[in-house]
Design a protein around this ligand. Structure first.
Ligand SMILES: [Fe+2]
Length: 503
C-alpha cells in the first residue's frame, strides 16, 4: 500500500512504519469500523428489537445464533490477537410478530477467573502465559495453559447449543437463555480434546462431521450422529502442521486442504512465543490434499498441490463424472492474513491480505488437480451455501466482500455478494458508507417448496454512523437493499460464525 492510496483524513494521522514483506505501509488511527471492537460488549437480557426499516419475511421463523469475541481487553490490557477474545453469543428469535434478542458471554473457567482478577491469567492464540514458567509447564499437562475462549462458532443440537472453539471441548449452553451449562463431552470427548469450530451436518443423513488437531499435530476426524454421539473416528498424522481450521463434505468424501503452516514446538513449550508467533508459513512442500471416504474415514488419496492458505470453504460435491468440485476463500499465504487478524483489536491495520473465492476440481482417487481457478476476483471471505446443499451440487455461493476498490487492511468488509456458477455472475449489495458486515448466514425459505424463494442472508452489521449494531436481512437472490433492518440494543463486536434453527 502506498500513501497515495490512503484517504485524506487518514493520511493526516499516518506515520511511517515497517511491516512484513517488502511493502511500505503506514500506521493509522483506528478507523470507524473499530467502534465495533473498541469497548467490551455488554450482555443484554431478552429484548424486543425495533424494526428500523422493512419487515421480517413471513417464511423466516426461527432462531439465529452467532458467536464472536465479546471483549478484546481486560484490566486495560489488549489481547494479542482477534482470536483471543472471550466468546459471547447473540441469539435473535425471529417471527412475523417481531424479533427478540439476547446476548451473553460464555461462562468459561477462564472468563470467570479473569473477570474476578480483572487481568489476563491464561495464554491464548496470540498471548503467552502471563505466569511463571513452572506454572506454564504444569498447565501443559493439565490443560490450563491456554484459555478455552469458546468464541468461534455455534452448533445447535436438539437440546443444547454448543459454543465451539477449535482447540478444545465445546461448551454447552441453554438454547433459550444462553446460560452456560459447562464443558461438553458429547459422551465421548476426552478433557481438552479438540472439536473444531466448523462441524458440518450432512443434510440427508443428519450426521455431523467434525475434526480436531491435537498438540502432536494429529488430525482427528469424527463422524457423529445427529445428536453428536460418536459413530467413528480416525487420526491422520500431519507432519508438524498444527492448523486445519475447516474442511468440506463432497458427496461421499471429506476433503482437507492442509496448508503448509508449520509449528516450532520448543518456544511454545518454553513459553517464549505465543502460538500465533510459533506457527510459520512454509510453502516449500505445498498444500496437502487429503481425500477421505466419508463412511469409513479411510484415506482415498493423499497428494500435494501449489501452496496457498485458507480458513473457510463454501461447499463441495461430486460431479456426474465422479470428480470432486469445491470452493474456498484463498489467500496467497498464512503470514499476511494472520497479521491482519492480529491487528483487528487495535483498529490500526497496516498489513494487507487478499482473500478470493477459488474453485477446485479434483480426481478423488488420485488427488490430481483437474482445474483450479479464481471465480470471484473481489476481496472476500466467509463463503456460505444453504444448509440443504452441504456436500451436494450447488449453484450459488454467498460471500462477505469488500466494497468496490477496497482491499483487506484498508477498511472492514462493507458488501455482500452472491456468485452464481450457472450464469458466472456476481451480484452484490454495498452496505453503505460507515456500515460494516460479518458472515452472511443463509437461511432457507420456510414456505412450501413451490412458493419458496432462494431464502435470505442474515448479517449482523456495525453501523458506525449511529454507533449501533443491527441485524440485516437480505433476499438471497436479488440482494439489493435489505428487506428488514433490526436495531440491536447495543454494540456487538463483529463476530465469526453463526447458525440458524428453524421454529
Ligand atoms: Fe472459521
Amino acid at each position: 500500500m502506498t500513501s497515495s492510496s490512503l484517504t485524506s483524513s487518514a493520511a493526516a494521522t499516518e506515520t511511517a512504519d515497517s511491516a512484513i514483506g517488502d511493502e511500505t505501509v503506514y500506521k493509522r488511527e483506528p478507523q470507524p469500523w473499530h467502534g465495533a471492537f473498541a469497548k467490551p460488549a455488554k450482555e443484554f437480557p431478552p429484548t424486543d428489537l425495533e424494526v428500523l426499516a422493512g419487515r421480517i419475511p413471513e417464511g423466516l421463523q426461527g432462531t439465529f445464533y452467532q458467536n464472536g469475541t465479546g471483549r478484546l481487553e481486560r484490566g486495560g490490557q489488549p489481547v494479542g490477537h482477534w482470536f483471543d477474545g472471550d466468546g459471547a453469543i447473540l441469539r435473535v428469535q425471529l417471527s412475523a410478530a417481531g424479533a427478540k434478542a439476547t446476548y451473553r458471554y460464555v461462562q468459561t473457567t477462564g472468563y470467570k477467573a479473569e473477570s474476578k482478577a480483572d487481568r489476563f491469567l491464561f495464554g491464548n492464540y496470540g498471548m503467552r502465559s502471563p505466569g511463571p514458567l513452572w506454572k506454564h509447564m504444569l498447565g501443559l499437562f493439565n490443560g490450563t495453559t491456554i484459555k478455552n475462549s469458546a468464541n468461534t462458532s455455534v452448533l445447535a443440537l436438539e437440546d443444547k447449543l454448543l459454543a465451539l472453539w477449535e482447540a478444545g471441548n465445546p461448551h454447552s449452553l441453554d438454547l433459550e437463555t444462553l446460560e452456560t451449562i459447562g464443558m461438553e463431552s458429547l459422551g465421548w470427548l476426552k478433557p481438552t480434546q479438540p472439536f473444531s469450530a466448523h462441524p458440518l451436518r450432512d443434510p440427508i443423513s443428519g450426521e455431523i462431521y467434525s475434526i480436531g488437531v491435537n498438540s502432536l499435530c494429529e488430525l482427528s476426524i469424527y463422524r457423529c450422529d445427529a445428536s453428536g454421539g460418536l459413530i467413528k473416528q480416525q487420526a491422520i498424522a500431519l507432519k508438524n502442521i498444527p492448523l486445519v481450521h475447516s474442511f468440506v463434505i463432497a458427496g461421499p468424501y471429506l476433503v482437507f486442504l492442509v496448508s503448509p503452516v508449520k509449528v516450532n514446538p520448543l518456544p511454545l513449550l518454553l513459553n517464549q512465543l505465543a502460538y500465533a508467533d510459533a506457527v510459520k508459513w512454509d510453502p516449500n512442500q505445498g498444500t496437502r490434499i487429503i481425500v477421505v471416504a466419508r463412511e469409513s474415514l479411510e484415506i482415498v488419496s493423499d497428494s500435494y498441490a501449489d501452496p496457498w492458505f485458507q480458513w473457510h470453504y463454501g461447499n463441495g460435491c461430486t460431479e456426474a463424472d465422479g470428480s470432486i468440485r469445491l470452493d474456498y476463500a484463498r489467500f496467497d499465504d498464512f503470514t499476511h492474513i494472520n497479521e491482519v487478524l492480529r491487528e483487528v483489536p487495535s483498529g490500526r491495520m497496516k498489513t494487507q491480505a487478499y482473500g478470493r473465492l477459488w474453485q477446485l476440481r479434483l480426481d478423488p482417487k488420485t488427488g490430481r488437480v483437474l482445474s483450479h481457478e479464481c471465480v470471484v476476483e473481489r476481496d472476500c471471505e466467509f463463503p456460505q451455501v444453504p444448509d440443504s446443499k452441504v456436500g451436494q451440487p450447488w449453484e450459488q455461493t454467498y460471500v462477505l466482500m469488500h466494497r468496490e476498490g477496497v482491499k483487506t487492511g484498508e477498511d472492514w468488509f462493507g458488501a455482500v455478494g452472491r456468485f452464481d456458477y450457472k450464469t458466472q455472475q456476481l451480484t452484490q449489495a454495498d452496505l453503505g458508507t460507515g456500515i460494516y458486515g460479518s458472515e452472511p448466514l443463509h437461511v432457507a425459505d420456510g414456505q412450501t417448496a413451490e412458493n419458496a424463494s432462494e431464502g435470505w442472508l442474515l448479517m449482523v452489521v456495525y453501523n458506525s454512523v449511529d454507533s449501533r449494531s443491527e441485524l440485516w436481512i437480505f433476499e438471497a437472490k436479488g440482494l439489493g437493499e435489505p428487506v428488514c433492518r433490526l436495531a440491536l440494543p447495543g454494540v456487538i463486536p463483529i463476530g465469526f460464525h453463526g447458525t440458524w434453527q428453524s421454529s
